[in-house]
Structure formats: structure tokens, C-alpha cells
Design a binder for this molecule. Structure first.
Ligand code: GLU
Length: 413
């Protein structure tokens, strides 16, 4: 089978008439690693899990992208997500390329000690292919700042102390203030820029806007809280266990306060709210639906149940290509993942810059810079799309054009 980029990228290559000499370099990854990660479990027995790192493109800067721990991770997934990072970093104009890592393991089935061992084995295995100017991992599904601390430590033991090898680190180890909230906050800032554009009044200016959030991990929780603080009615939320619906709006700070210690939504007492299934926020009557969990949750089979006029893609690839086409043909505004969830990698870049300069910005400065960058990228996408055009296509066109331009300028003598 001839090499192919994602459907969205191939469509952009065709729209922009990118020649095969450039497109071919984006149709396969620069480097793909599959590694064996053996570790001794708490029961004293040796276990082996498989890890991946796919480095898609570094024409605009070092490879950059998260590391996820999830039982369904395979090489194909990581490949697609690595390519997506190339477009994401280009769209928000960061001097980075695209990469992604994954380990096919259920982190919830591991103890804290076992998760640490998997992280250490992973960095030992891929260490020779990464570096602070080569490839910089970050958190993603199933990993967090603690995982990054273990990656940093394992890498530094071999190569000398090097905090810039990862972003999304604990602040005490050189992480950036604002990194944890960045993806959720960025999604809401992108949404507000789109609301302004379509003439909807923001809640902070007196408008009434409802939002439903599917997935309550790092992205979903912080987006829900940010929306609540800005005056949105968050009418539905869910995690893997199930969720809650309240047309009057859920009290997100109270719910989040009750969730400390890893509690699931289903076990909570949420007065006035109706229990719903985990998938249900996608289908409720709301102005905005924010899928913020796994990929491909809206596909051809369930797209007809989605009634919201705006979809804000907090997760990576939450819509299949088919579903997206159906929604856009119905006039639904889809704010694409490479824009909507770029807040995380933007603050990763800020973290990397602060590390390089041995300085630390205060939180207000980080958030102001994040907001400005997301809003500017969103305005560019809206301009590129023109009246009623697809934001997803516009975003891809801007990103692909930047990557191809970098290839042209760098040459290949
Ligand atoms: N995992 C996040 C993403 O998919 C952040 C990546 C990063 O900060 O490098 O965008």
C-alpha cells in the first residue's frame, strides 16, 4: 500500500497542490520505535509491556508530543497522533515538530511503583533517540507530572541533569505554572473567539451559553471549571464511570472538590442532577459539546444523535473524518483538535523557553501569553475559513502550508 498521511492532511495536500516530493516526506514518519519494557511487578513476577515513540516531522523544530499510557495504544494510533502533533505545533506557530509516544498498558491496573518502573524502562529504551533539542515528551492520557518527573530522572541519570528533556514537569523541577490547566483553558479561549465571530455573546458579557463535557480527565476537568468560572452553564459531564446532567448547570467547583483522591463521578452525590451514561454528554441539548476523552467517540454510527451546533474537540481526534463531514454539512461548527487542544503544547513551549533561560514566569504571565496565542491562531483560522467555511480544513491548510514552507526553505541538497 502506498504511504498516506491522514485523510485530513491528504485533502489539504490536494487543496494546496503540494507536490509529492514534499508530501511524501509527510506521509511517513521520520522515525518509529517499538520497544520492549520489562519490569518486575509488585507480585515479584516479570512483566513485559510494549512502548512506542513515533517522530513524525522535525522540519520546524525538535519533535514534540505527549506520552500516553492506555491499553488500546498501538503503533497505528501513535503514528496518527504523531502526525497530528506536526500540524498542531505548526498551526499555533511553535518552533517544534510532531511526535507521540505510547505504552500499551492500563495505568489503573498498575501500582504507583509499577507505573514509575514502566516510565523508567521507557526512557531507557528510547533515550538514544530523544534529547532536549531532538525530541521532548510531555503528558498525555494516563500520564501526568509525576510520570514526567520519573522520565526526567531516568534520562538525567544516564545523560546528566537535563530538565528540558520533558515538559509538563512538576513546578518544583522546573515545570511551568499554568501547564496543568493549559489545555482546558485553551479550549475555552478558542471557543470564546469563535463565539465572538459568530455573534454570540460570551457569558462574561451577559450571554447564556450551555456546554456539555464528555471525559473528565485533565482536559475535561479544567475546561469545565474554566467554563463555569466564566459563567457558562455546564449542563452535563461524564467520566468512564458515567455522568450527571442538570439543565440548570452543574456546580463544577463543588463536584471537583468532591473528586479528590481519584473518586469517580458515579459515586458522588450531586443534588438536583440526573445520572447519565458516560457517552450521553455528546447527545444532550447544549450549545457546545466538548469531547475530552478518547479518540473516535463520534463516528458514522452515532453522529445523528449529536444535536449541538458547536463541537469543541478537546481530545485528539474525537470525531472520525466521516462524522466530521456529516456535522459540517449540517452547518455544525467543529473547532478542530489541533486548535482546540493546543493549549497544552503551547505552555509546554513556554516551559521549555523558561528552562532554556533559567527563569520562571508567574502564572498570570503564562496564562496571558497562552490566551493571546490561542486567540490569535483561532482568528487566523476563522479568517482562512471565510464565511461559513470549515474550520478544520482552514486549520489544516494553515498548518500544512507552514510545514511545507519550512521544507522548501531548508532545502535538501
Ligand atoms: N499531549 C498533549 C497534546 O496532545 C501535549 C503535548 C506536549 O505538550 O508536547 O497536545
Amino acid at each position: 500500500m502506498p504511504a498516506r498521511a491522514s485523510d485530513a492532511a491528504e485533502a489539504a495536500f490536494a487543496r494546496l497542490q503540494v507536490s509529492d516530493e514534499f508530501a511524501d516526506r509527510l506521509r511517513t514518519a521520520h522515525r518509529e520505535l517499538t520497544v520492549q519494557l520489562p519490569f518486575v511487578g509488585d507480585d515479584g513476577r516479570m512483566r513485559v509491556v510494549t512502548g512506542f515513540r513515533v517522530q513524525h516531522s522535525n522540519v520546524r523544530g525538535p519533535f514534540k508530543g505527549g506520552l500516553r499510557f492506555h491499553p488500546t495504544v498501538d503503533l497505528d494510533d501513535v503514528r496518527r497522533l504523531a502526525e497530528l502533533m506536526t500540524w498542531k505545533t505548526a498551526l499555533v506557530d511553535l518552533p517544534f515538530g510532531g511526535a507521540k509516544g505510547g505504552v500499551s498498558v492500563d495505568p489503573r491496573s498498575l501500582s504507583a511503583r509499577e507505573r514509575e518502573l514502566v516510565a523508567r524502562r521507557y526512557i531507557e529504551a528510547i533515550g538514544p533517540a530523544i534529547g532536549p533539542r531532538t525530541d521532548i515528551p510531555a503528558p498525555d492520557m494516563g500520564t501526568d507530572a509525576t510520570t514526567m518527573a520519573h522520565l526526567l530522572d531516568a534520562y538525567s541519570r544516564i545523560h546528566g541533569y537535563e530538565p528540558r528533556i520533558v515538559t509538563g514537569k512538576p513546578v518544583e523541577l522546573g515545570g511551568s505554572l499554568g501547564r496543568t490547566v493549559a489545555t482546558g483553558r485553551g479550549a475555552i479561549v478558542a471557543l470564546e473567539t469563535v463565539l465572538d465571530h459568530v455573534g454570540r455573546t460570551r457569558p462574561s458579557q451577559g450571554g447564556d451559553v450551555t456546554i456539555a463535557v464528555q471525559g473528565f480527565g485533565n482536559v475535561g476537568q479544567h475546561a469545565a471549571l474554566e467554563a463555569h468560572v466564566r459563567g457558562y452553564r455546564v449542563v452535563a459531564i461524564s467520566d468512564v464511570s458515567g455522568g450527571w446532567h442538570d439543565a440548570e448547570g452543574l456546580d463544577i467547583p463543588v463536584i471537583e472538590a468532591a473528586m479528590v483522591g481519584g473518586a469517580e463521578l458515579v459515586g458522588l452525590d450531586v443534588p438536583g442532577a440526573t445520572p447519565i451514561a458516560a457517552i450521553e454528554p455528546l447527545y444532550v441539548d447544549a450549545d457546545v459539546v466538548l469531547p475530552a476523552a478518547l479518540g473516535r467517540v463520534i463516528d458514522a454510527a452515532n453522529v445523528d444523535r449529536v444535536i449541538a451546533p458547536i463541537i469543541l474537540e478537546g481530545a485528539n481526534e474525537p470525531l472520525t473524518e466521516d462524522a466530521c463531514t456529516v456535522l459540517e454539512s449540517r452547518g455544525v461548527t467543529v473547532i478542530p483538535d489541533i486548535l482546540a487542544n493546543a493549549g497544552g503544547v503551547i505552555v509546554s513551549f513556554f516551559e521549555w523557553v523558561q528552562g532554556a533561560n533559567m527563569l520562571a514566569w508567574d502564572e498570570a504571565e503564562v496564562l496571558a501569553r497562552l490566551d493571546a496565542r490561542i486567540a490569535a491562531a483561532t482568528r487566523q483560522v476563522l479568517r482562512q475559513a471565510g464565511e461559513g467555511g470549515s474550520l478544520r480544513e482552514a486549520a489544516m491548510d494553515l498548518a500544512v502550508r507552514r510545514v511545507v514552507r519550512a521544507m522548501e526553505l531548508r532545502g535538501n541538497a
